[in-house]
Design a protein around this ligand. Structure first.
Ligand code: SF4
Ligand code: SF4
Length: 184
C-alpha cells in the first residue's frame, strides 16, 4: 500500500560501549522521567534502557527497549566478549513472552524507549556525563500510512497479549498523567 510522503526526523542514540562506566545514571533518570507523576520515584526495573554488566571483565553495555514481540523468536544469537559467553537474550531490545526485561513490573505491560517524548534531548543522553550516549538526528521521507499501520499492528499485538481492557486502562492512565504534566 502506498500513501502520501511526509518528512520525519529520525532520532537515534549512538552508544559507545568503550565510554560506558556502568554508573547507571541513564537507568535512574529514565525510570524517574516515566514515573507517574513525573520524577516522583525511580525504579530501574521500569527504565527503557538497561546496562548489562560484567564487572570482572569491566564491560558495560547499554541496551535500549525496542518493540514488543508477541512470540519468542526462533533463532537466537550468542555473544562472546573477552572470553565470556553471554546469555542468548542478553542484548535483545524486545519485550517478549520469554523474559522479564523491559516489562512494567506491576502490570507486565511492555516498555519501549520513546526518546523522552516532549523533551529537547533524551534524558539518558543528557545524564550520561561519560558521553557514552550521543543523540543523532536525520531527516527521512516516510509514507503516512506506514505510521498508522505500525500503530495498528502494535495495538493489536498488545490487545491479544494483555486484553483490550488492560490496554485501554493503561492508555487512559497515561493520558491522565500527561494532562497533569501540561496544564493549559
Ligand atoms: S549513564 Fe552513560 S556511563 Fe552511565 S551507565 Fe548509562 S551509558 Fe553508561
Ligand atoms: S531516550 Fe528517554 S525513554 Fe529512551 S531510554 Fe533514554 S531516558 Fe529512557
Amino acid at each position: 500500500m502506498t500513501g502520501d510522503k511526509k518528512k520525519k526526523i529520525i532520532k537515534t542514540i549512538k552508544i559507545d560501549v568503550d565510554k560506558c562506566n556502568g554508573c547507571r545514571a541513564c537507568e535512574v533518570i529514565c525510570s524517574a522521567f516515566h514515573s507517574a507523576p513525573k520524577y516522583s520515584s525511580n525504579n530501574p526495573a521500569r527504565a527503557r534502557i538497561r546496562v548489562i554488566r560484567e564487572p570482572y571483565e569491566d564491560i558495560y553495555v547499554p541496551v535500549y527497549a525496542g518493540d514488543y514481540a508477541p512470540a519468542e523468536c526462533a533463532g537466537r544469537d550468542k555473544y562472546t566478549i573477552d572470553g565470556k559467553e553471554y546469555d542468548e537474550c542478553a542484548f535483545c531490545k524486545a519485550a517478549c513472552p520469554s523474559r522479564e526485561e523491559f516489562k512494567e513490573p506491576d502490570s507486565g505491560l511492555p516498555l519501549k524507549c520513546d526518546m523522552c517524548e516532549g523533551e529537547d534531548e533524551p534524558l539518558c543522553v543528557k545524564w550520561c556525563i561519560a558521553d557514552a550516549l550521543v543523540l543523532e538526528e536525520r531527516e527521512e521521507e516516510v509514507e503516512e500510512v506506514e505510521e498508522q499501520e505500525e500503530l495498528d499492528i502494535g495495538l493489536d499485538a498488545l490487545a491479544r497479549k494483555f486484553g483490550l481492557q488492560k490496554v485501554m486502562a493503561s492508555v487512559a492512565r497515561m493520558s491522565t498523567s500527561k494532562k497533569g504534566e501540561n496544564p493549559k
